[in-house]
Design a protein around this ligand. Sequence first.
Ligand code: GMT
Length: 378
Amino acid sequence: MNIGIVCYPTFGGSGVVATELGLELSRRGHVVHFITYSQPVRLELLSNHVHYHEVNVPEYPLFHYQPYELALSSKLVDMVKLHKIDVLHVHYAIPHAYAGYMAKKMLHEEGIEVPIVTTLHGTDITLVGSHPFYKQAVAFSINKSDAVTSVSQSLKDDTLRLFDITNEITVIPNFIDPAKSNHSFTDCQRDVMAEEHERIITHISNFRPVKRITDIIKVFYNIQKEIPAKLMMVGEGPEKEPAEMLCEKLGIADKVVFFGNSNEIDKILCFSDLFLLPSETESFGLAALEAMASGVPVISSNTGGIPEVNVHGVTGFLSDVGDIDDMVKNSLYILGDDDILETFKANAKKASNRFDLHQIVPHYEAVYEQALAKCISI
Ligand code: GMT
């Protein structure tokens, strides 16, 4: 199949999922075309099965807002025609599903039928999409897609609750490539990051308010009072600077490393003992799953789709949003004893196998087939 993938090319989870999916589809013999405004961060190697097409939006002084949807839908039309794309898979409803639908309609005028598969990722529904300014267009785009998938049951429930949805939504969870977290490198360089006796705690995100970065610092502050520990903060975003200031204020700045964005997540997770994800809302929590795949237990909030990934008392613990005391208690339980830590690490790794991409990606292929059949029969 020739598959066009539209996504945000940044470090966000939706872009990561779209990129890893495209790469796996190419390994399974499909030809994949990424169509977006810059090369996706995890897309390092292009080949005759993996292509990247840039969407350009020329600046024009009349436009207060540059019309990205317009440029994207035009580019989609051109790419479908040029590369004989069979199916367009758009990740993140805003504005990709809308642009996809416009492209589909334009192609229809020329006698070309291409199905649009929309994958909902979370904030496109829970935080941004349900805002009254966008709600009508988002519901319309979901209902007009030939197939819709969501990354968790929780996100599907949220979508049905927040919008007037007439279309079917198939849950296809996010996935990991076990080969990537098998750490073929034996030296994790742990000693560069911490002393032998210190536990290493990690958080990876886009540092948006929804991640409750302050909670992470507070949880860590209380942990390090009881157990020698270091905190690795990976990512960039608006809450990073306030977090750095809080660390200074609490006198723990020398125990907290702010890495910025990194393409070496596997290496950082390789030397981590615990992952913190106390988010306000989280449709899935891909970062937590990636941690688990590296054998890192997770202390998280019990919100959204996280309980579908992190199993309470097995792969880590779940607490109510903002319950810092409970998160500290659970962290100390796991970190305070070598045997308990090893058990949770092993459990986390084992549980991540449920999300092996070799089992998940065929579900996307099935959805493409169904969408194609539906599109042809209309
Ligand atoms: O977490 C973010 O804010 C980024 C966001 C995105 O769209 O890239 O992540 C969402 O999609 C990820 C991949 O499906 C999910 O793992 C995240 O849970 C989800 N984030 C939220 O729901 C807040």
